[in-house]
Design a protein around this ligand. Structure first.
Ligand code: CUA
Length: 321
């Protein structure tokens, strides 16, 4: 079966660190297993000894007062020594993992620049005019350098099956390496509270074979299609007149705003509102009718569109493939 975006398998749904799909995530996973094993052993030991001693040495009738002791050199060395060894081991193991997973970027240029906004993700691809939102296309099998930044407040990028998380801080550029093993859709979410819609700031990484990716990249740089049917044409005119274009960009039209997501190829996305719902006519209608009701707090103002205008706008957006 040929893999298209529509039938790509959803990998690692549930965003688990145990579903590593990149060498970076695998490396972090072994460190996680180490931590979990050590923590479990300590927990077992502490709880086990507590229970054992409580039962074995509980007060019995006619017991005399126990012998009073102060200090036990051997026990103290053991109780300080074991945690100290654990801390040292995990310190160096963590350092080693960090440098293996996220080595210095050196003179490498980023393959993709991802910007966190309240509350959506923007992806641009240096060297091209490709620009997309929320569904971030990347090629498999290549070591990709992501540049992460924020437009407003601090966000945090995390796709657990692809590797570590990284803060996105206004005015700063952070970097993350990722090599994706196989094609599929990888889910993540913003991991730092960034306001009212933080919980609906989902990530979808669409990993494609290099040739499919190149095809997508090239397609994404093209101008928006000109609407063919009457309703979509009407919607297009409405879009431009209602000043939607002062916040949204649609390549090849007068809409060139940068505040909101680029909508040039909106119709080709599977989801909308940062993973909140499927990209369907019904959902776009709902959204345009009252954005604040669907996603309270977003920066999309509430335009008073009548049902006919909403239908026309939806038809226009839907055909922007
Ligand atoms: Cu963006 Cu939380």
């Amino acid at each position: 079966m040929k893999l298209t975006v529509a039938n790509l398998p959803i990998i690692a749904q549930g965003q688990s660190i145990f579903n590593g799909a990149s060498p970076q995530a695998e490396k972090i996973k072994s460190l996680d297993y180490g931590f979990i094993a050590a923590a479990s052993l300590v927990l077992l030991l502490v709880v086990g000894l507590t229970v054992f001693i409580t039962i074995r040495y509980r007060f019995k009738k006619d017991d005399a007062e126990p012998k009073q002791t102060a200090g036990n050199r051997k026990l103290e060395i053991l109780m300080v020594g074991i945690p100290l060894i654990l801390v040292i081991v995990f310190f160096f193991w963590s350092l080693n993992t960090m440098s293996a997973v996220n080595p210095d970027r050196g003179r490498n240029k980023p393959d993709v620049i991802i910007t966190g906004h309240q509350w959506w993700w923007q992806a641009s691809y240096p060297g091209t005019t490709a620009n997309t939102a929320n569904e971030i296309h990347l090629p498999v099998g290549k070591k990709i350098l992501m540049q992460l930044e924020a437009a407003d407040v601090i966000h945090d990028w995390w796709v657990p099956s692809l590797g570590g998380k990284m803060d996105m801080i206004p005015g700063m550029h952070n970097y993350l390496w990722v090599t994706i093993d196989k094609p599929g859709i990888y889910e993540g979410a913003c991991s730092e509270f960034c306001g009212q819609q933080h919980a609906w700031m989902r990530i979808r990484v669409i990993a494609q074979t290099p040739s499919d990716y190149e095809k997508w990249l090239k397609g994404n740089t093209s101008n928006a299609v000109t609407p063919a049917d009457t309703l979509a044409k009407l919607g297009g005119a409405l879009f431009m007149n209602a000043s939607c274009g002062s916040c949204h960009n649609i390549k090849g039209t007068s809409a060139n705003g940068m505040q909101g997501p680029d909508l040039t190829h909106f119709g080709s996305r599977q989801t909308m509102l940062t993973g909140m719902m499927d990209n369907t006519t019904e959902n776009i209608n709902k959204w345009l009718t009252d954005p604040q009701k669907v996603k309270p707090g977003v920066h999309m103002p509430r335009f008073i569109f009548g049902p006919d205008s909403v239908r026309a706008l939806t038809a226009y957006l839907k055909q922007l493939k």
